[in-house]
Design a protein around this ligand. Structure first.
Ligand SMILES: Nc1nc2c(c(=O)[nH]1)N[C@H]1C(S)=C(S)[C@@H](COP(=O)(O)O)O[C@H]1N2
Ligand SMILES: [Mo]
Length: 385
């Protein structure tokens, strides 16, 4: 068959160009985007283009505020001089740029069902699956939260920094919740130590442009390494406290426990150490046997990626993949592995990551009833002829 020579895709700047990736975007009746999933396996580098970034929020997207009318407050018992801060005030401070992966705690959650009896795994590469593709990476520019707290006279004996968005609503039903407010703002209470990490920033820039409204403009919190639900969008107030306050999306929604009744709840903080295969995918199967490059991404919430291993024999043996520079602390790393497929038929490929904190990606995820932070290896089944 003659190979189709490709310049047949989109018109870009008036010229025919290669086909671009599209995200799966769900809109409200007025055409405003409410939820986006990212086809991360199609992307060619480390930065997710803003148009392809995932979008998630719990109580709807609030009406935007003109940035010049917007301020946020810094107050609470752990603050000596309460402040009202405008975007211009922030932009008069020294900036910091952080490149990081954002992963929703619900990303890949559907795979928890595969460890329930009779569960069947869907394709990882299918945005019809509601839990897929809620992960993206990018370059955020802003000011360290620490610098703003210090300017307001932070008392270092404080333990908690509650950050609240201006989105308001009702969280709706939540299994195991002991209390569901009728109306609330989205908020989370960051332990002081993470709040003081210089890479925890109040960001107005993303990938070289102003942050967009759906991603939390004028300013959102960036909490590298920690699950997306910590990355408060539409920042409205910051309160420094001597004890950790009750927050719905901390105490009743994003926590680990075995069952809704289980009284032992563990706070969700960092994301797992994970590797994901981007090439080939099960949509490319069947493939010709012979030499075959396996490529993917790996990331961890606790430390730089130190290795990725591949198994093509069901986990009996593991071989090192090559990590492709740069290895950036909070970013995902690209990796590749040369595999020689010697026989036709069905083969299973598994990739597992390790990180500088000494973690090894597990083959089986630890169950939690809310199905948060799925972090186990997801085997890829490929047919060869
Ligand atoms: N104010 C506010 N911030 C929020 C949320 C929210 O509902 N309200 N959702 C959180 C969750 S669960 C995730 S995964 C990330 C998603 O950020 P994004 O929409 O920019 O991808 O925002 C977080 N910040
Ligand atoms: Mo999330």
């Amino acid at each position: 068959m003659a190979r189709r020579r490709e310049i047949e895709g989109d018109i870009v700047m008036g010229w025919p160009d290669r086909k671009r990736s599209t995200a799966a975007a769900r809109q409200d009746p007025e055409g405003r985007v409410m939820f986006v999933q990212t086809p991360w396996w199609e992307l060619q580098g480390l930065t997710t283009p803003v148009d392809l970034r995932y979008v998630v929020q719990h109580m709807g997207v609030p009406e935007p505020v003109p940035p010049e009318d917007w301020t946020f407050s810094v107050e609470g018992e752990g603050i000596e001089h309460p402040l009202s801060v405008s975007l211009t005030d922030l932009q008069q401070m020294a900036t910091r740029t952080v490149r990081a992966v954002t992963e929703c705690s619900g990303n890949d959650s559907v795979f928890f069902d595969t460890i329930e009896p009779g569960g069947q795994a869907p394709s990882l590469y299918d945005l019809d699956n509601f839990a897929a593709g809620t992960i993206s990476a990018g370059e955020f520019t802003g000011v360290p939260l620490r610098d703003v707290l210090e300017r307001a006279g932070l008392n270092r004996r404080a333990v908690s920094v509650r950050v609240q968005g201006f989105d308001r609503g009702s969280p709706g039903p939540a299994p195991g919740a002991r209390r569901i407010p009728d109306e609330m703002n989205y908020d989370k209470a960051l332990p002081l130590e993470k709040a003081l990490d210089p890479d925890t920033i109040l960001a107005w820039g993303l990938n070289g442009e102003y942050l967009r409204h759906v991603h939390g403009a004028p300013v959102r919190l960036v909490v590298p390494g920690w699950a997306g639900n910590w990355w408060i969008k539409w920042v409205d107030s910051i309160e420094v406290l001597y004890e950790s306050p009750w927050c719905f999306y901390q105490d009743e929604y994003y926590y680990y426990s075995e069952s809704p009744e289980d009284p032992n709840r563990e706070m969700i903080t960092t994301v797992g150490v994970k590797a994901a295969i981007t090439e080939p995918t099960d949509h490319d199967s069947p493939l010709p046997a012979g030499p075959r490059l396996i490529r993917g991404l790996a990331w961890s919430g606790e430390g730089e990626i130190t290795g990725v291993e591949i198994s093509t024999d069901g986990g009996s043996s593991w071989n090192q993949a090559e990590l492709e520079p740069p290895l950036d602390r909070w970013m995902w790393a690209r990796w590749s592995y040369q595999w020689n497929v010697k026989s036709a038929g069905r083969h299973q490929v598994m990739a597992r990551a390790t990180d500088a904190a000494g973690r090894i990606q597990p083959l089986k995820a630890r169950w939690n009833h809310l199905k948060k932070n799925y972090d186990a290896v997801i085997p890829l089944e490929l047919d060869f002829d």
